[in-house]
Design a protein around this ligand. Sequence first.
Ligand SMILES: C[S@@+](CC[C@H](N)C(=O)[O-])C[C@H]1O[C@@H](n2cnc3c(N)ncnc32)[C@H](O)[C@@H]1O
Length: 437
Amino acid sequence: MATQTLLPGFALLQPPSLKRCIVSDARLPTNTTTRFHRVHRWFNFIAGFSPEFVHQRCELATLDADSTLLDPFAGCGTSLVVAAERGLSAVGYDPHPIFNRICSAKLPSSDAFGVIQETVEILLKGFDRPVSRSVLTDSQSMFLTKLYPLDILEALLGAREGLLASNLAVSDTAFLMLSRIVDRCSHSQTDGIYKAPTSKKQMVSPIFACAEVANMMLEDLASLDGVDLQQRGKIIRQSSRSMEQVATESVSIIVTSPPYLNNFDYAEMTRMLLYFWGIASSWGDITEKVRRSLIVNTTTALKGQKPLQQVYRNNISELVHEELDELVSTLGERKKDKNGKKDYDFLIYPYFSQMTDVLREAYRVLREGAPIHIVVADAALYGVHISTPQLLQSSMQDIGFRKLKCELMRERGHRWTLAKREGSPLGLGEYHLHGVK
Ligand SMILES: C[S@@+](CC[C@H](N)C(=O)[O-])C[C@H]1O[C@@H](n2cnc3c(N)ncnc32)[C@H](O)[C@@H]1O
């Protein structure tokens, strides 16, 4: 793949994908180019970074067919798919029951053609055998009926039942296909923070969505020309706070993006699919089954965390204790001043402690001299600025990482500094934090 600089801030990339993409630096940490790339486009993940970013990082590293890329926060698999396409081995972690399966499906084996065709047959039959919404729990029903007309929801449930009763019940490819159809058939925005029913988007019929997703996947598989991405990439469904499946000094490059502080609640943003698939039956169930295994990054994830504050603090590098202690104290004061309900002061130690666990593991598994690339943003809580990238940089220095640098990739603009979000007057941004072992 050639990387040629055109204008400052722009690169012409020729990834092995459907189209050439001219990508500004500011788009590298975003998912806005995903739709131009085969396989990546199967499931658009608003929190994902661009395939171009991963290609660039691989291009600039010394890698060969024996090299392994690791992504400790794999999400929907951007890094893993790029690595596998480039002929590297790839391993990722994500305990989220939806993202994990989507990521796995994006690493298709060579028999995926047949699975897609079989899935289409099962789904089409299922649409014709609607299942009453009475199979849903109250929480599931209340939520899902806001997103779909009843006849569409019952047709989709028919497809779900058909699939779960078939030999493809455990197929990640079939899971991705129906998940994508479920998204396309909703009249509400469903890919980010939940906005329904006020934000509308164009919905399509289940049959149309099914044809659309199947054709796209078949076209992409054909362009892979028999390359088996499943043989090269693997996603592990557990928290990367412990990565015991990966041998010490076995990884040649890490490219990753963790949950940002006070940004997405990854459990909430998938509520539609968690309820549709019956993975969770209520808000409390989502906390138990999903939130609990994820990095604590939002106040919705604080259940059970408050008594552990000191334990978390003790696990964090002393280099950042003073700064974090001051932040915790200021946030506690702000909460009182504002009669606030948000326990932001309880978020700081868990977040940085859990991130420290992952970074220590990242250091252990990297080969000597191998690079790590992290895309991460700063945050503003009750108007208090938290320099997450710089704080993580100091923690990494303490762990032993060398040549550390933190560079602004893009400003995140006014959306993030709305009064409602209690933004600090400083603009927020996404940063590229990188170094070597
Ligand atoms: C910013 S997203 C990563 C997106 C990814 N780069 C992509 O392009 O698809 C962060 C991901 O971290 C995952 N995550 C949260 N806590 C985790 C943990 N403890 N271990 C591994 N993954 C975790 C979330 O489920 C989410 O998918």
